[in-house]
Design a binder for this molecule. Sequence first.
Ligand code: ZN
Ligand code: FE
Length: 238
Amino acid sequence: MIDIQIIPILKDNYAYLLQSPCGKVAVLDPGEADPIIEILSAQGLHPDFILNTHYHWDHTDGNAALKRKYGAQIIAPEKEAALIKGIDIAVTEGDIFTFGTENAQIIETHGHTRGGVCFYFEDSTTIFTGDTLFSLGCGRLEGTAQDMFEGFQKIMALPDETLIYCGHEYTRGNAGFCLSQDRDNEDLKKRIEQIKTLRADGQPTIPTTLALEKKTNIFMQAKSAKEFAALRLKKDNF
Ligand code: ZN
Ligand code: FE
């Protein structure tokens, strides 16, 4: 199992610190470097890898400083190689990123951006979804709703117990939209109470699980790209 620490950065982003059982270290989506360097220093850790789910600045702006300081290799989506500086290993659908004794499968999920990826650590039943799938939501579209829908279908094909780590703490706001579309969903209502308690304590609502998302995330109810697009549009205007 990989060890995962959640690092809150910027306004509402999450970067992640990953450690493999054999001591490899990776930082995923460092939108800024300073708070991450602080945590690495406090724990005496030196990252071997920087992983990016997509090119947006709030997921990549810390890349350069971390690479410079630690000599870490940048692993990022091949389809966004022109948009991310200093990539060492460009990854695409079906590639395997070897993280010590653990492997991450690269799953391309377009829609939020046109070339983004998720990192799926099969042995840890864990996926990092960036801004594709959020807890109770989905990212905004630079690509098409069709792309986003297809990305969701790939994620939904993973085991139900899969742990989902996403790029932002948007759960509470997302919950309001889900409820507006799904008023009688008791699982959702129960979850909203848990979310309120967590946030009142300053705790992250991450990770969520695929099983829970299937029951409560309205975007997972969409049966077609058309339905998905209609929901995304409603959310944009919510
Ligand atoms: Zn983004
Ligand atoms: Fe983002």
